[in-house]
Design a protein around this ligand. Structure first.
Ligand code: ATP
Ligand code: MG
Length: 231
């Protein structure tokens, strides 16, 4: 029986809290006793850095190595590159080398499903796999959608971009219509909420008008936290 759930945390809008959400969600699930693999799928390596590997570009084995091996059809140990973090989660880190992979993907056969091939083998080791996507609808992000069960879309309360959201939701439905029929949007997560304003209610109204309740908005919202901003 297939038990592992794969989540992609995505939004092409930058700085909305994707990486923070991925890290906190992963750490929380690990605390509850689940086996969790976080995958950093952003060449900036922010998730990798936020978990304490402060110089991602010095790492030799990353998601880029793994995807590179799959593209070249080279055999490799499925645990290659995975770091075990003290919070009890595993991390497949990422660094700038992923930009190179992104370029070589363009001319790769079945370029959208390179990451799926990896997940297919590694998912038996985990209860949850969480993929932190870069702020773009790049081929790497499409690879994440092609293998995910669910997408979580963080939206920053004060800077909602309905156009951006529209584009993202369209892309997700395209992938669902072809490459990955099991894909779904788990929900929109409102982040960095300032309680002195009414943004949350406005956003929920706007989104409900736009999608008629077809896209779930989580009841829990992430407040703006000075501590997080200072990190
Ligand atoms: P990118 O698009 O660059 O990948 P992102 O969507 O992954 O960005 P984060 O890196 O998680 O966003 O967050 C952006 C910045 O906002 C970081 O400096 C982070 O520490 C800060 N931040 C995240 N969540 C909160 C919060 N709830 N309150 C205040 N600051 C936050
Ligand atoms: Mg990020």
């Amino acid at each position: 029986m297939e038990m592992c759930k794969v989540y992609a945390i995505a939004s092409q809008k930058g700085g909305v809290g994707k990486t923070t959400t991925a890290a906190n969600f992963g750490i929380e699930l690990a605390r509850e006793g689940y086996k969790v693999l976080l995958i950093d799928a952003d060449a900036q390596g922010s998730l990798t850095a936020s978990l304490g590997y402060t110089e991602p570009d010095r790492l030799d084995e990353t998601l880029a190595t793994v995807m590179g091996n799959i593209i070249k059809e080279e055999r490799f140990d499925k645990r290659l590159g995975i770091l075990h973090h003290q919070e009890g989660i595993d991390l497949l880190p990422c660094n700038i080398e992923l930009s190179g992979i992104e370029c070589s993907l363009v001319s790769t056969f079945c370029r959208e499903v390179v990451l799926s091939k990896y997940i297919y083998h590694i998912k038996h080791d985990y209860d949850y796999i969480i993929i932190d996507c870069a702020p773009s609808l790049s081929l790497i992000t499409i690879n994440a959608f092609a293998t995910a069960d669910k997408v979580i879309i963080p939206v920053q309360a004060a800077y909602l971009s309905l156009k951006g959201l529209e584009q993202l939701i369209k892309t997700i439905s395209k992938v669902k219509g072809g490459l990955n029929t099991k894909l779904g949007i788990d929900g929109i997560l409102i982040t960095m909420l300032n309680n002195r304003t009414n943004y949350a209610r406005e956003i929920v109204t706007l989104l409900d008008e736009a999608y008629g309740g077809a896209v779930h908005i989580y009841d829990s919202k992430i407040p703006f936290s000075v501590r997080a901003a200072e990190r």
